[in-house]
Design a binder for this molecule. Structure first.
Ligand code: UDP
Ligand code: MG
Length: 222
């Protein structure tokens, strides 16, 4: 028997010995997007935010999912997993095609590295993505208090234009995070895949901790 960790998944679209998938989790407003941008600079990741992909699909003319996505996002609940997983898989395929043959560090010989931000937020998504798309290598878990997250979200809400950066939606998102996403983090923690990083401190301090974790992962993988 092979263990789940460090094995490739037969039947998955991407081979996890070549494609590194790091999930980036943490409550709404924990700083996932901000930190991902730094890690892209450091390591040449392709950064895929599940929420951004859903919002793009919601706004795509002719999308059959537009209204459904809008409702789930406003209610702070999780869009049915097949929609999100397909969007992620398509974006990964596109990124690999786009970077192919360009000799970019981390992307030669069919290799690739992805930060999947804000996903998986629910157990069913975690199991399904690992099994059918690509087995993940690590979870970066940015954690801070609800008070800090609320402050950041309300600040962001002044300019973000996001339909869910208002107090009613934020409260619902916190609840979904506790009920649906915390079990995902516990599941990966039981597999020793989680690096928990306190994101209450300065952006730079959080970045340093995140960079070290990723550096260590890549040095173990090679
Ligand atoms: N969402 C979802 N499935 C996912 C990721 C996001 O349904 O796998 C929806 C969910 O309604 C969530 C919203 O998209 O509340 C916004 O997600 P995003 O990651 O953009 O929020 P953030 O955590 O960055 O504030
Ligand atoms: Mg985000």
């Amino acid at each position: 028997m092979t263990t789940q960790i460090d094995s490739t998944q037969p039947g998955a679209v991407f081979d996890s010995s070549k494609i590194t998938v790091i999930y980036v989790l943490g409550g709404p407003g924990a700083g996932k997007g901000t930190q991902c941008a730094y890690l892209v600079e450091d390591f040449g990741f392709c950064h895929l935010s599940a929420g951004d992909l859903l919002r793009a699909e919601q706004n795509r003319e002719g999308s059959q999912y537009g209204e459904l996505i809008r409702t789930y996002i406003r209610e702070g609940t999780i869009v049915p997993m097949h929609v999100t997983i397909k969007l992620l898989e398509n974006a990964m395929t596109e990124a690999l095609k786009e970077k192919e043959g360009k000799n970019i560090e981390g992307w030669a010989d069919g290799k690739g590295r992805f930060l999947i931000d804000g996903f998986p937020r629910k157990m069913d998504q975690a199991i399904e993505f690992d099994r059918t798309v690509c087995l993940s290598s690590k979870v970066l878990f940015f954690s801070t208090t609800e008070e800090v997250m609320l402050g950041r979200l309300l600040e962001r809400g002044k300019t973000s234009g996001r339909e869910d950066d208002n107090i009613e939606s934020i409260k619902k998102r916190f609840r979904t995070y506790e009920n649906d996403t915390m079990p995902v983090i516990q599941y990966y923690a039981s597999q020793d895949k989680v690096a928990q990083i306190d994101s209450t401190v300065t952006i730079e301090e959080v970045h340093n901790a995140a960079r070290e974790t990723v550096q260590k992962l890549f040095s173990e993988k090679q």
